[in-house]
Write a protein that binds this ligand. Sequence first.
Ligand code: NAD
Ligand code: MN
Length: 365
Amino acid sequence: ASTVKIGLIPADGIGREVIPAARRVLESLNSGPKFEFVDLEAGFELFQKTGTSLPQETIDILKNECNGALFGAVSSPSHKVAGYSSPIVALRKHLDLYANVRPVKSVNSPAFPNQKLLDMLIIRENTECLYIKSEREEVDSKTGLRVAWADRKISEYASRRIGTMAFNMALTRQKLRSEIPVEKRFWQHNPRVTIVHKSNVLSVTDGLWRETVRAVKENNAELYKGVDMEEQLVDSMVYRMFREPEAFDVVVAPNLYGDIISDGAAALVGSLGVVPSANVGDSFVMGEPVHGSAPDIAGKGIANPIASIRSAGMLLEHMGYTSQALKIYNAVDAVMADASILTPDLGGKSSTTEVTEAVLKNLRT
Ligand code: NAD
Ligand code: MN
């Protein structure tokens, strides 16, 4: 079998509890590639100890030696700390991981009787928008009070490549779905791409975004003729997502909107602790749970490992090991559907280790 080298960057808080769980799941697979793991440092705690949140060594090893990575979470403070910047934002940039792919799917289970059934894929642009962090402050000469400014970047280049990924993923999902019996599919329509924007107000930036993503379909009419395209203003997107989440298939959004709507979507499937993501570039993938470092529960052994375990699955999926990825997804779904072993965020009483072991047991059967 081929060997795949994975960089593990648990970073802060519950990242240190859930990334080891994901590693155990990868190690237990009995088919697919042989894994070699390398432990790498990053994070706010590392910054407090050493003055750097992302050592050059971590970047170099990822770039020169690894085929992929798993990232935990960082505890970025909400106030400005001199010399500190978020390592995850920097890593996405260094590795040109231009798409953040976030599947949000409900699992049918007696534990969540009132849950709406949904199966959406949020594709968040990962390199620009307000996250270019071009901010400054000045004093207003009239009032003598401070004014803060931020630049927002939307490029045709980045919008086109993320739009292309959205339409391609819509086709891929349709293909995978066709293998599931019709009555078991949550999604019964043509594949659909929903473009999120606010170009009724921001007609230049979001206007360019909207036009560019629309043009991906219009310029490839034959290829994407089976994919429906719709648009949703970001505020009413949130409203509709809570009212009728089953109306969404692939959702493509600029960086900030995508960040916000994906945490909202996580509330619809029970917990942030179950939603995975993959940071995807043309030659590198980094799996990463959507949640943060959860300081309120860190160190207690009760963090839900499912988001990270599914992120390990996404890492495999985007490296081309589809059948191994499916095994992981199915094992997780079975544990959630059974509902006897769940962490407290999902209403259970079990620990991180117990949930991980339930997934491992399911993988073996
Ligand atoms: P959070 O995602 O850390 O936590 C929000 C809530 O969800 C908390 O109540 C937490 O206990 C719960 N939760 C999250 N993941 C869980 C899991 N796996 N199992 C059980 N419960 C879980 O968001 P926050 O509290 O707004 O941010 C905390 C820190 O995380 C901040 O410093 C923030 O900067 C950082 N953060 C980092 C990332 C990242 O590394 N990509 C993303 C978001 C937030
Ligand atoms: Mn976020």
